[in-house]
Design a protein around this ligand. Sequence first.
Ligand SMILES: *Cc1c(COP(=O)(O)O)cnc(C)c1O
Length: 438
Amino acid sequence: MNEPITPTTKIDYKSTLAFAQQMDEADPLKEYRSQFHIPTLEGTEHIYLCGNSLGLQPKTTQAHIQQELNDWKNLGVDGHFNGKNAWFYYPHFLTEAAAKVVGANTSEVAIMNALTVNLHLMMVSFYQPTPQRYKILIESPAFPSDIYAVRSQAEHHGYNADEAVVVLKPREGEHTLHTEDIVAAIEEHGDELALVMFGGVNYYTGQYFDLKTITQAAHKVGAKAGFDCAHAAGNVVMQLHDWEVDFAVWCSYKYMNSGPGGTSGVFVHEKHGNNLELKRFAGWWGNDEKTRFEMHDTFIPQAGAAGWQMSNAQVLPMAAHKASLEIFEAAGIQNLRKKSELLTGYLEFLLEDINLHAGEELFNIITPKDPQQRGCQLSILTKEENGRKIYEYIALNGVIADWRKPNVIRVAPVPLYNSFVDVYNFARLLEEGIGRGV
Ligand SMILES: *Cc1c(COP(=O)(O)O)cnc(C)c1O
C-alpha cells in the first residue's frame, strides 16, 4: 500500500463558506497561492482546477528565464561556463530538488527532453524483448501517447502490437483497477512479460496505483516495472528508489508548474544507472562531463540517470523548471500532500453532499474513495444527457476544469495555489448548473 500521510482522524467538514474560509485561515501553506499568477476573467480570479493539465505560472518564472536571456545577450557562448548559472552544468541545478519530489537519490534523476521522448528512451533500455519474453502490460484507459509509445516499441522490435501489448481493463461495471487484479495479470503473463508500464496516477480516473506492489509483482516474474508519473510527480508522495522501480518518467508542466511543453524528468534506479553496460541511445550530454567537450569518438556514459542525457541542456525551459522546483523545495512534498488530502477530501464531501440533498445520484465520482489510492484529482462522471452542459455552465462562470469524453469532468484542486474557498465555490456552481436543469 502507498504510505498514508495524514492520520486517519476524520475532519468534520461543513458545507458553508464560513467553514471553507476557516480552513484557508488555518492552512499553513496559504501564502503559496500569492506566489502564482491566477488567471482572471474581467478582473475576477478564475477557479482554476486544471493544474493536472497545465500548472499555473509561478511569479518567479519570468525572472529565472530573464536571467538566462541576459547571460545569452551579454556573454554569448561564454554563458556555458561563465554565466551566473553556467549552462554546461544547468541540469545539476535541478536534479536534487526533482529527486526529492519523486523519492529518489539525486543521481537517479535526469532532467531532459520531453515526456514521450523519454518514455521511448527508457524503453530502449528497459524493453529488450526476446521471443520468449516480449509482452508489455499497461492499464486501461492509458494516456494515448503512452499507448502509441508501447505499441510502436513492440512493433519496432518486430512483434504484433495487438498481441504484445496487454491492456488491463477495470472489471465489468467498474472504472478503476484492483491491485489484486493487476498482480494476477502480471502472474498470468509471467515469463512472457518483459515490462509493466503503468501511469503512476491514471490521467482519466485519478487512481494512484500501488507502485510498490506492482513493482514487486513484476520483479517476481522477471519483468521490469516502469511508470509514467506525469500525473503523479508533484501530486503524490512517491518512493521510487525504495520501491525499486526500474524507471519512471514525468513531465514538468502539469503539477510541476514549469510551463507549456516544459522539460521532462526521468528516474533510473541506481542498480541500473551504475550498470554502464546497459544498452541505451547515446548522445554527448550523457558522456562523462570531463571529456564531453574533447570530442572523442568513444562514448563514456556518466554513472546514474545522467548517462541517458543526449542533447545539451534546454536552458530556457529548464529555467522555468528551476523556478518551480525552488517552490517545491520550500513547501515540501509531504506538507503539500497533507494539505492535498484535506482539500480533495473537502471537494469530495461537498460533491457527495450535493447528491445527498438531491436524494439521487446526479453524478458519480469514479476516482477511488481511499485517499491512499488517489492524488488531488477527482473525476466526476456526469449523466450522459447533461454533462457537457453542466461543464459549459461552470466554465461560463469562471471555472477552469477539464472535460473528457464521453462525460467526465476532471477537477484537480492543487495544494500550492488552490484554496478551500475555491473548492467551495466550485461545488456551489456545479450544484447551480445541475439545478438549472442545464
Ligand atoms: C500529459 C501526459 C503525456 C503527454 O506527453 P508529452 O510527451 O509531454 O506531450 C503523456 N503521458 C501521460 C500519462 C500524460 O499524462
